[in-house]
Ligand binder design. Structure first.
Ligand code: PEP
Ligand code: MN
Length: 338
């Protein structure tokens, strides 16, 4: 439920309504806006008696929120949320590109790719240190030394960094080094990890599970925001379908749907979304055209010898080309890269 206060409502009237909501055993979420304050209500297991609240001084109207997600819904919060990743704002006019290798492999590898990405115009450096691999025999990431190498390269080339946390044991360590903590597709419904991410003090990049509906994605985001962390960026990274010409099917229709339903920014990951290097540039162009707030792209100095996701990783010169093309399309849809 959402209480919309009158444009002339006073701060003390807002306080009294919040106190009444608390007395009803519910949680008020006051949201001051440009014109008026709205107060979201969570914590109800069944319908709330609106009449009591409707009659209180300063209340303009009471709206029933129909979506199961509350804090992340547009009904609760009309304006777009801008997530500030150490100075790079995601969700505004700027189209934000996160790029880097699937995994941090060595000091030389991350340094060389960061230097090249700085030249090409990326905004945020990515690189996994804890990798969720299908096989226990595959490269699992460098762990804390990988985090340190990523953070050092970020500092050297003036990039905020994003990296994945795969479990509760290492999330605080990841949050210590990262500017943006990634929760991967495989963990989208790991609810204790989502709650922990909501308390980690850093913005969170939440990737869509490979078999998750958009309602499930938004409910997962609700877990993070409900812990008091409103800084969530969503990511469409492809879902499993019958198609076998790609590894996953990048669901571009998710982007306008989420933007209509939620105030959170959403980016696209055409690398995991297709699994094929030759599809990454076309689907990056499509993502910006459809209104995505940014991209996550895998780029490696030597994709053919990458320890993970080589077949979908771009060569540095391909990434340079991607930025040029995406930048041209961004201009058409009212966005810019700089
Ligand atoms: C990744 O970004 O490296 C990754 C593992 O992504 P996803 O969780 O989308 O598979
Ligand atoms: Mn990868």
């Amino acid at each position: 439920m959402l209480i919309v206060m009158d444009t002339l409502a006073t701060a003390s009237q807002v306080q009294v309504v919040c106190a009444e909501i608390t007395a009803m055993g519910l949680t008020p979420h006051p949201m001051p806006g440009a014109q008026r304050t709205a107060i979201g209500i969570t914590g109800n297991k069944s319908a709330v008696d609106a009449s009591r609240l409707e009659q209180m001084p300063g209340v303009a109207r009471v709206i029933q929120v129909t979506a199961p997600y509350k804090l992340v819904s547009r009904e609760f919060h009309e304006q777009d949320t801008l997530v500030d990743v150490s100075g790079i704002k995601v969700g505004g006019d700027r189209f934000v590109i996160m790029a880097g290798p699937c995994a941090v492999e060595s000091a030389e590898q991350i340094d060389s790719i960061a230097a090249s990405l700085r030249e090409s115009g990326a905004h945020i450096l990515r690189g996994g240190a804890f990798k969720p691999r299908t096989s226990p025999y595959s490269f699992q990431g460098l762990g804390e030394s990988g985090l340190r190498l990523l953070a050092d390269a970020g500092k050297r080339y003036n990039f905020p960094v994003v990296t994945e946390a795969i479990d509760n044991e290492t999330l605080d360590l990841v949050a210590h080094y990262a500017d943006l903590v990634q929760i991967g597709a495989r963990n989208m419904q790991n609810y204790s990890l989502l709650r922990h991410a909501g308390r980690c003090g850093k913005p969170v990049l939440l990737k869509r599970g490979m078999a998750a509906t958009l309602e499930e994605l938004l409910m997962a985001a609700e877990y993070i925001v409900n812990e008091g962390n409103p800084n969530v960026i969503l990511c469409e990274r492809g879902v499993r379908t019958f198609a076998d010409h790609t590894r996953n099917t990048l669901d571009l229709s998710a982007i306008p749907f989420v933007q209509r339903t939620s105030h959170l920014p959403i980016i696209a990951d055409p690398s995991h979304g297709t699994g094929r290097r030759d599809k990454v540039i076309p689907l990056s162009c499509a993502s910006v055209a459809v209104g995505a707030d940014g991209l996550m792209v895998e780029v490696h100095p030597h994709p053919d010898s990458a320890l993970s996701d080589g077949p979908q990783s771009l060569f540095p010169e391909q990434f340079r080309d991607l930025v040029k093309r995406v930048s041209a399309i961004a201009g058409v849809v009212g966005r810019h890269l700089n």
